[in-house]
Every structure is written in structure tokens, then in C-alpha cells.
Design a protein around this ligand. Sequence first.
Ligand code: SAM
Ligand code: SF4
Length: 308
Amino acid sequence: MFDGFSRKIDYLRLSVTDKCNFFCMYCRTKDFCSESSGQLSRDEIFRIISAFKKLGIQKLRITGGEPFLRDDIFEIIEFANKIGIENINITTNGWLDSEKIRKIIKSPLKSINISLDTLDREKYKLVTGIDGLDKVLKTVEELKKHKNVKINTVLIRSVNLDEIEDLISFAKKNNIIIRFIELMPIGVANQIFKDEFVSKDDVIKRFEGIKEIDIVEVSAAKYYYIEDFDYMVGFISSVSDHFCKTCNKVRVSSTGVLYNCLFDKSGLKLRDFLHDEVLLLKKIEDFVKKKKLIRSLESDMPMFRIGG
Ligand code: SAM
Ligand code: SF4
């Protein structure tokens, strides 16, 4: 499907839950983690995925909250695969037991993005509220042997500005891609944004031999080659830059609201139309036509509900 500016919209980010077992300082702190509310059921998710497939979605990223907290997560992945979505991906905090890891390896998932902001156990506890570093490192170790694993690292001044080199070395040693994500002023992150924000340029200027490289990837990441490391790193610099001109995605929140942009304040409540597929397709198409050309940069939406 196309929006009003002839951008082809073929990427859906679907938040399947607002539940999470972590308390990340920029997403869902203990003071900012309302009870899960109105989460989509499995059947509602099936209808939504089917509708978007009919409208030409080719890439699906499942996110949350923590998507692997859903008992039916592998059924959802299988369903998307069965109806012909080939490019199915997931984002997780990586707090996974060995049974889930085995199932992921067997699943049709094309890639798994694992959030990892620090390699220091104490800092990891500080960022996530959980003593989980060893478990998450084990997940990376196991999954990278079988699947395309990427690391997502949110840049946080007091936490990891002094760890950039170590994180790049970690990625290189494991032969996986790392993407540094600029902290976005969304939800609870508004409270720490001013003190903790680090821009892509703050990181780039640390390296002398750094060059932007062209990578054909349907994503908002820009990739750079760093000579000192003889390795490539990605940046998702949603604050410093915007990728609106080539944006190909829409988002559905864990409560079934369609948003044309992460920063939009209003969305389309898909639940009102799930009973009638013809109407649902029409409503989605009409809504996507109204996708704005440029994003704003402020939002109160909890990240754990819209999914990042
Ligand atoms: N629970 C999973 C996880 O943490 O990977 C998936 C959901 S999480 C909301 C998706 C991504 O959003 C994670 O990589 C997380 O680090 C990122 N994120 C959350 N809040 C953010 C913020 N305020 N700014 C930038 N990235 C954020
Ligand atoms: Fe949970 Fe992911 Fe948000 Fe952390 S970033 S609180 S793991 S949803």
C-alpha cells in the first residue's frame, strides 16, 4: 500500500504485549509501568497480520513489551509465516530460557534483535532493574550460532559512553552487528533525556577513520566502517536525523491501535473493525494515506506499549 506521498508502506511493527519482566530506565521504570491493559488476543493478532499481508506488508517485526512473555508467541510467528510473510523478525531483551532458545532456532524468524546496553553486570542491573547480564549473554552466544542476531544498544551518557569501544569489540568478537540507538524522548525517557542523551555525532567524533557506508537494508539504521576496529557499526539516530522521506513502516500497539509514526499522538483503533475484513482493509488504507511527511519529536506514549 502507498501513503499520500507515494511512499510504499510494506513494513509493520507489531507490539504483541505491554507486559515486561524488565524495568529499563528509559522505557518502563517501576514508577512508570501501569498494569497491562487491553492486550490483543491471539485471534485479534491473526486478523491484524492477515489484513496487513493483504495490503502488501512484506516485513514484520514483532516487539513489545517483551514478546516472549506471551505463551502463544511461537503460534503468532508460525501464523505469519504460514500466510506468506517471509521476513519475520523479533526484538527481545534476551532473558530467555533454553526451551525458548531451542524454539527460536527452529522458528522461521529471520533475525533477532537483542537489547544490550552495557557489558558491566552492575550497570546492567541499574539500567534494567534485573541481574540479567549473564543470562542475556548466554542467549546471544546460543542464538548467534544459528540465527542472524543483532545487538541494540541505547546510548545513555552515564551508563555506556565509556563503553562504546568495548561494545564494538564485543560485537566484532562475536561477529554480530551492533546498532547504537539514540535515546528518544518518549514516555518516561522524557525525565532523563536532557542529562542522558548522546548523539550519533558524539560517538562518531571519537573515531578518526570512520566512514559512512551504503548497506542495502530496509531499516532506519545508518552504517559506518571504523578503521581502528576494522569493523562496521550501525546508528539509529532518530533524534539527530530523521528518515521520514523513505519511511516504509507503520506500527500497531499492544492494544491494537495503528500509528503511522512512533511520535504520532492519535491512531486508528483497529479493534472497532476486526469483525469485518473488507471494512478493516479500507480503514487501514485510508488511515495510512494520511501518514505525515515529517515526524514531530515528542511523545507520552509508553515505549512498552508501542514497541519502539
Ligand atoms: N522488550 C524488548 C527489548 O527490550 O528489546 C522489545 C521492546 S523494546 C520497547 C524495543 C526497543 O526499544 C529496545 O531495543 C529498547 O532498547 C528500545 N527503547 C525503549 N525505550 C527507548 C527510548 N526511550 N529511546 C530509544 N530506544 C528505546
Ligand atoms: Fe521491557 Fe524492552 Fe522496555 Fe526494557 S526496553 S522495559 S525490556 S519493553
